[in-house]
Design a protein around this ligand. Structure first.
Ligand SMILES: Cc1cc2nc3c(=O)[nH]c(=O)nc-3n(C[C@H](O)[C@H](O)[C@H](O)COP(=O)(O)O)c2cc1C
Length: 169
């Protein structure tokens, strides 16, 4: 078992592909990769977590994460470090862009996690307040494969560079 685990929830595979790229960037020898819909119960085995979700049905958390929420609500993340990422469509759903990531943030934060990996909102056009940490930053890495796929690899690289010194000794 590695020190770090990435848990993703994905419906059509976009978030899963981003998850694989993040693991590839940080090192497959350093990060275990899990589908929250299949291996969610392993989440408490790790002290360092990366969690990723898409948003569906206009502002709803991806369904595997959504089903896992009752279990998450009973977990204590004090002493654990969590970085988030989300995938969404800022053109189709500007009012609910990345709401799922915002919902996961609220849960992990309110259950004691130390959240890292905030990401600047520059270069995005949306109105949803939920994925915001403050006026200038998302609560985690924001990916829009529907409209800005050409920016994805560079965004992943920069974000991984920013969290690597904190999570990998
Ligand atoms: C019916 C429908 C509703 C969606 N609702 C949202 C939304 O509210 N907010 C958002 O950011 N993206 C929304 N999306 C876009 C998806 O979240 C996006 O395509 C995502 O990358 C899919 O990832 P997945 O395949 O890993 O689930 C929606 C897409 C569809 C088709």
């Amino acid at each position: 078992m590695k020190d770090i685990a990435l848990f993703y929830g994905s419906y059509t595979g976009v978030t899963r592909d981003i998850a694989k790229k993040i693991v590839g960037n940080l090192g497959a020898d350093k990060v275990d990769l899990y589908d929250i819909g299949k291996d969610g119960e392993k989440i408490m085995e790790y002290n360092i977590l990366i969690v990723g979700t898409s948003t569906w049905s206009i502002g709803e958390l991806q369904e595997d994460w959504d089903s896992f929420i009752p279990k998450l609500q009973k977990m204590d993340f004090k002493g654990k470090t969590v970085a988030l990422f989300g995938t969404g469509d800022q053109v189709g759903y500007p009012d609910t862009f990345l709401d799922g990531m915002g919902m996961l943030y609220e849960i992990f934060k309110s259950h004691g996690a130390n959240i890292i990996g905030f990401w600047p909102i520059e270069g995005y056009d949306f109105t949803s307040p939920l994925p915001l940490y403050d006026n200038e930053n998302f609560v985690g890495l924001a990916i829009d494969e529907d409209n800005q796929p050409e920016l994805t690899d560079e965004r992943i690289k920069k974000w991984c560079d920013s969290i690597r010194p904190i999570i990998i000794q």
